[in-house]
Ligand binder design. Structure first.
Ligand SMILES: Cc1cc2nc3c(=O)[nH]c(=O)nc-3n(C[C@H](O)[C@H](O)[C@H](O)COP(=O)(O)O)c2cc1C
Length: 345
């Protein structure tokens, strides 16, 4: 099938993050940027094929949204890619970067960097089934396969199979001895390797990932690369996305203020609660909304303290959680301002 007709603009994307970028998180982030490409958490082929829940659920408002798959069996990967396309996902991405033991036991994730031909077979099988882009997210290397040449070998084989869109986390992974969390911090970032990759494979669409903390950092990478994927910074400080549409997508539409975002989330919380979610399932992703702002700590504390309990009438906490947290922020701001005013006068 024709997979190169991707109309997705992947200048800025939000990284797949297990337990973090679930559908609630993505809906929330979409209130801040209309254009950044959002990735799901990694979903294994086993969960999709054999699981009881609906692991592909998402909200239409999330587009453009990419499903990240964990797996290495070409038949299963192709089947899941077809399901993803059927459900309307804009892209399906193969995880070749996760170093956890559980993932290694299933022979997928970062250990696949040592098996480019397996990834190539998955790409071929998946592309036969779908029109949406089939992409790869990898590291720059693993264990002792960490020379630049190892990376280019991997990219060569996978690109020859038909993949032309890559996101590369610019640090290697140690498959033994480091936890997944340590593997996101300890191996040094080597941005030059990813920049060099783009020079060597100019025909490929290459995004860089790892340690990007500001949109200025992103803009610098974009001088050399096609896209920048941001993970932890977006999660801890989501409002960093507020300037993305204007700055990288030539879209000058008004951006919602933090307060407007809170209000925009209320009908969603209500809606999701009808189908069994708790307000906290959604609010937990919003803890960083006021990061670095006056009242930011109050916001976080209010949500954490009140988000998981019950309201006074014994019912589950609902959308009022967000309203009350906002009121607490405004009250704290007013008190701080009054204090400042008395000091000035
Ligand atoms: C909590 C958490 C979960 C993650 N889960 C995934 C995942 O499911 N799939 C994946 O490819 N990477 C996963 N990652 C790695 C991120 O996608 C990203 O590569 C990494 O955090 C480096 O980017 P950053 O420095 O911008 O955060 C995860 C990272 C975090 C912090």
């Amino acid at each position: 099938m024709n997979n190169s007709s991707s109309s997705i603009n992947r200048t800025i994307s939000v990284a797949p993050m297990l337990d973090w970028t679930d559908k609630h998180c993505r809906y929330f982030l979409r209130q801040i940027s209309k254009h950044a490409l959002l990735y799901t958490e990694m979903v294994t082929t086993g969960a999709i094929i054999f699981g009881k829940g609906d692991y592909l659920a998402y909200n239409d408002a999330e587009h453009p949204v990419a499903l990240q798959l964990g797996g290495s069996d070409p038949t299963d990967m192709a089947r899941c890619a077809a399901l993803a396309q059927e459900r309307g996902y804009d892209e399906v991405n193969i995880n070749v970067g996760c170093p956890s033991d559980r993932v290694q036991n299933g022979r997928f994730g970062a250990c696949l960097m040592a098996e480019p031909s397996t990834v190539a077979k998955c790409i071929e099988a998946m592309q036969k089934e779908v029109d949406i882009p089939v992409t790869v997210k990898s590291r720059i290397g693993i264990d002792d396969m960490d020379e630049y040449q190892d990376l280019t070998n991997f990219i060569h084989v996978v690109a020859d199979a038909g993949c032309d869109i890559f996101t590369v986390h610019a640090r290697k992974a140690w498959l033994k001895g480091l936890s997944p969390k340590e593997n996101r911090d300890i191996p040094p970032l080597m941005y030059d390797r990813v920049h060099a990759l783009k020079e060597e494979f100019p025909q490929l669409n290459i995004s860089i990932n790892g340690g990007v903390k500001t949109l200025d950092d992103a803009a610098l990478h974009l001088e050399k690369l096609d896209g920048v994927m941001i993970g932890r910074e977006v999660y801890s400080n989501p409002y960093i996305l507020a300037d993305v549409d204007r700055r990288f997508y030539q879209n000058d539409s008004a951006v919602l203020t933090r307060e407007e975002i809170v209000h925009a989330m209320l009908p969603y919380v209500e809606d999701q609660m009808v189908s069994g979610a708790r307000a906290w399932n959604i609010a937990r992703h919003m803890l960083g909304l006021f990061q670095g702002q006056p009242g930011g700590r109050i916001w976080r504390r209010y949500l954490s303290q009140h988000g998981t309990g019950q309201s006074k009438n014994g019912l589950q906490v609902g959308p009022e959680l967000l309203i009350n947290a906002l009121a607490a922020v405004n009250e704290a701001r007013a008190t701080a301002k009054a204090y400042q005013d008395t000091r000035v006068s």
